[in-house]
Ligand binder design. Structure first.
Ligand SMILES: Cc1cc2nc3c(=O)[nH]c(=O)nc-3n(C[C@H](O)[C@H](O)[C@H](O)COP(=O)(O)OP(=O)(O)OC[C@H]3O[C@@H](n4cnc5c(N)ncnc54)[C@H](O)[C@@H]3O)c2cc1C
Length: 458
C-alpha cells in the first residue's frame, strides 16, 4: 500500500463500519469491502483495488438514499469525505464544495457573504448525491432544480481518469452527470452557483388534524397563484412522544404548513413579509396554530424549518409526482392520511413545485425541471417487523388513493424504494446517458450504482 492509499476494510473492522454507515437504519448496506477516501489519488487507489479483486464499485456519502440502493454484494463501497472546507467566491457567487460535504456546512459558508445555496430540507444530506439527482429546495420555485446551479463537476471516472467537467469541458459528460442517474464516476468536488439571500421569512405552523380539510383547501387555492419567491409544503404528521418534539405536536395528528419566502436584498423584505402574510393569514384564520415558528430571519435558519431528524433513523417511505389535486384529490389525500385515517405514517407531505422548478433550463443537464404540481412523500418508522408492515401497507393505501393524480414520473432524490424505478428520463435520454457510460466506464464497474429505470445497458 502506498502512502496515498487508504486501507480497504472488511466486514467486522471499525473502518468498515465507518465507511459503510448509512443514515437510514432500516436499509443497512452490506458491501464486500469499504473504504473512506478524501483525495483523487485515494479514489484511484480504491478503483485499482476493486479491479484487482474483480469487485463492482459503489459510492456514497451519507447513506440518506440507502433504501433505494441496489444490493452491494461483491462490491467495494467508497465513502467520500471532504478533503477541505467549502470555499466561497463572493464575487463570482460560487462555492467549491469537496465531495463528502453536508449541506449544513455550505449554508453557513455562503451566509457569511449574504448568499444562499439551493439546499434541501436537511443540513445532514450530502451535497453530491442531492445535486446529481436534481435536488428540490425550499428555494426551488425561485432558483429552479438545484442541479441547474452546478457549474463544474470534478470526478474520477471508472477508467481512472480525473476529469474537470463543465459546459465547456466535456459537455456531454456534464449533461449526463446532471440528473442522468449516476454510474459515471466518483465525484471529488462540485462548483455550485449561489444566489443573494439577505433575509428569509420561514417557519412551520401546526394545527390539530381536525382542521385539515379547510386548511388543505385554502393552501391548495393559494398555491395555484403563489409567487415564485415562496416555496411551501403541506404535511400531515403523527409525531412520536419523544423529548425533542414539543408536546403540543404529539397529542394527536397535526397538519403543518411550512416554507420559505426569499428576500434577496434587504429592500425586498417588505414584499417577502407581505407574501408570507398572504399565505398564512387565511390559514391562521381557520384556527389558532398550536405551534407557529414563522418569523423573519436569516438563511441559515432554513435548514431547520422542516425539522428533519439529524441523527440516523429507520425509515420506510414512498414517493409520487402528482398533478394538481383539486378538491377531489385533497379529499382523497386526507381520507387516507388525515384525521381518523388510522395512518401510522410519521409524515405525509405535498411539496409545492411549479415556478422555476417547472421551467426547462436550456443549459441544463439530463434533468432540469419537474413537470408536476406536487411532490408527494410519505414515510414511517420501521422500529420492528409489525411497525414496518403497517407502514408499508399504509404507503400502498396512499399510493392507491392518489393514483388518479399520479403523473407516473419521479423526482430522483425522493425515490425511497428499490422497487420503484426512476421515471424522470425518456428512453432517448436514457440512451444518451448510456452512451456516456460506455465511454467512461467501458467495463461497467459502476453498473450497480445506477438505480433501476435510469439505464438500459445492464
Ligand atoms: C431527512 C431527509 C431530508 C431530505 N430532504 C430532501 C429535500 O429537501 N430535497 C430533495 O431533493 N431531497 C431530499 N432528500 C433526499 C436526498 O436528497 C437524497 O437521498 C440524496 O440522494 C442524498 O444524497 P447523499 O449523498 O446524502 O446520499 P447517499 O445515499 O450517500 O448517496 C446517494 C447516491 O448519490 C450518489 N453519490 C453520493 N456521493 C457520491 C460521490 N462522491 N460521487 C458520485 N456519486 C455519489 C451515489 O449514486 C449514491 O448512491 C432528503 C432525504 C432525507 C433522508
Amino acid at each position: 500500500m502506498t502512502e496515498s492509499e487508504q486501507a480497504v476494510a472488511l466486514p467486522g473492522e471499525p473502518a468498515f463500519a465507518a465507511a459503510s454507515a448509512v443514515f437510514n437504519l432500516a436499509a443497512p448496506v452490506r458491501p464486500a469491502a469499504a473504504v473512506t477516501v478524501r483525495t483523487v489519488e485515494q479514489v484511484r487507489a480504491a478503483l485499482r483495488h476493486a479491479e484487482r479483486l474483480g469487485q463492482w464499485v459503489r459510492v456514497h456519502t451519507t447513506g440518506h438514499a440507502s433504501s433505494s440502493a441496489r444490493p452491494m454484494d461483491r462490491s467495494l463501497l467508497i465513502r467520500t469525505e471532504p478533503a477541505g472546507p467549502v470555499e466561497v467566491d463572493p464575487v463570482a457567487r460560487t462555492a467549491r464544495i469537496p465531495a463528502g460535504t453536508r449541506w449544513g456546512e455550505v449554508v453557513e459558508a455562503a451566509a457569511k457573504f449574504g448568499l444562499a445555496a439551493p439546499h434541501g430540507s436537511s443540513p445532514t444530506v450530502g451535497v453530491v448525491g442531492y445535486l446529481l439527482r436534481g435536488g428540490i429546495s425550499f428555494y426551488g420555485r425561485r432558483a429552479g432544480l438545484a442541479v441547474n446551479s452546478v457549474r463544474v463537476v470534478e470526478l474520477v471516472t471508472p477508467d481512472g481518469e480525473f476529469r474537470r467537467v463543465s459546459a465547456s469541458e466535456d459537455p456531454e459528460l456534464f449533461w449526463a452527470l446532471r440528473g442522468g442517474g449516476g454510474g459515471l464516476g466518483i465525484v471529488t468536488a462540485i462548483e455550485l452557483g449561489l444566489f443573494p439571500a439577505a433575509r428569509v421569512v420561514t417557519g412551520a405552523a401546526f394545527w390539530p388534524a381536525a382542521h385539515g380539510p379547510e386548511l388543505l383547501s385554502r393552501w391548495l387555492r393559494w398555491s395555484r397563484g403563489a409567487p415564485e419567491a415562496v416555496t411551501t409544503v403541506f404535511r400531515v404528521m403523527n409525531l412520536p412522544k419523544v423529548p425533542e418534539i414539543p408536546s403540543a405536536l404529539t397529542a394527536g395528528p397535526v397538519v403543518c404548513a411550512a416554507g420559505v419566502v426569499l428576500a434577496p436584498a434587504e429592500e425586498d423584505l417588505t414584499d417577502a413579509e407581505g407574501q408570507a402574510a398572504d399565505l398564512l393569514g387565511p390559514l391562521r384564520a381557520v384556527a389558532d396554530p398550536v405551534l407557529d415558528t414563522w418569523c423573519t430571519t436569516t438563511p441559515p435558519a432554513v435548514v431547520r424549518t422542516h425539522m428533519d431528524p439529524t441523527d440516523p433513523v429507520p425509515v420506510l417511505g414512498d414517493h409520487l409526482l402528482l398533478s394538481d389535486l383539486g378538491e377531489e384529490g385533497a379529499e382523497a389525500f386526507l381520507r387516507v392520511l388525515g384525521e381518523g385515517s388510522g395512518s401510522p405514517l410519521v409524515n405525509a407531505e405535498l411539496r409545492q413545485l411549479g415556478g422555476a422548478l417547472a421551467v426547462p433550463d436550456p443549459d441544463g443537464g439530463a434533468l432540469s425541471h419537474l413537470d408536476a404540481a406536487f411532490a408527494f412523500t410519505a414515510g414511517g418508522l420501521a422500529l420492528d417487523p409489525a411497525a414496518s408492515a403497517a407502514v408499508r401497507a399504509h404507503c400502498a393505501k396512499a399510493r392507491a388513493a392518489l393514483a388518479p393524480w399520479d403523473t407516473g414520473r419521479t423526482a430522483p432524490t425522493l425515490v425511497e424504494r428499490l422497487e420503484q424505478p426512476q421515471r424522470h428520463l425518456s428512453a432517448a435520454e436514457v440512451e444518451r446517458v448510456d452512451a456516456v457510460r460506455r465511454r467512461v466506464d467501458p467495463a461497467g464497474r459502476l453498473r450497480h450504482d445506477v438505480p433501476p429505470g435510469a439505464c438500459a445497458l445492464y
